[in-house]
Design a protein around this ligand. Sequence first.
Ligand code: AMP
Length: 253
Amino acid sequence: MAVFDTSFHQTMELQTYLYALPYEWYTKYKIRKYGAHGTSHKYVANRLSEILNKKDCKVIVCHIGNGGSITAIKNGKCVDTSMGFTPNAGIIMGTRCGDIDVSIIPYMIKQTGINYQDIDNVINKQSGLLGISGVSSDSRDIENGIAEGNERCLLAQQMFIQKIVDYIAKYYVLLEGVDAIAFTAGIGENSINVRKGVIDKLKVLGIKLDEEKNNIRGQEQLITTKDSSIPCYIIPTDEEVMIARDTYHLIEM
Ligand code: AMP
């Protein structure tokens, strides 16, 4: 049994998964958005549907770990996701840069003579939280750095939070409103500060954090107030269960 972490994203429409590059790059080289973390996004979206007791719902799932992606899901199907042709697109990650102006790459090749393998290494292994902080790719180290007054750790976390907010805002408009937002994976489940930073920046949408409920790690929990316009949850992901369920459904068919 093989489960592709991209398969959940196959419901995206052509206009969403295509890049504005020569069309032949798509037909000949299959250059398009594929997304990743699909198994996790599917599990969390299913769980939200159960919690809301609503089969047809619009949700945004924030899978934020060392790698991270945000997905807009309508009626159980992926509408858009932040990762792209590779996982190095979308939000800032532990060591990946996420979205950048692609013309930086040829510019830096010209400036420094760096070769494509080395630049691939920089954008995937030396960027993100590590690249900005200069300290670590691990959000626990970043939070310790902030507590010690390290300004680059603070900058890294602020940039990290902003990018997540950018995608939530974009998907809120794309879905024309959402029924719920979920945080999952290592940082989403465990970082009280990142969740607070994100939700506080969403107050313009009427979303209100319940600080007491948010003060928890690794457990399923509603973390917004009763009068919040949109409920936000921590949903610990369970990719293994999703794989087992998919396998069971295949055998049943
Ligand atoms: P993952 O790739 O899902 O295993 O997530 C790894 C990320 O989760 C790392 O950046 C960890 O620092 C982060 N993480 C795990 N536990 C905590 C915690 N208690 N507080 C903040 N971040 C955490």
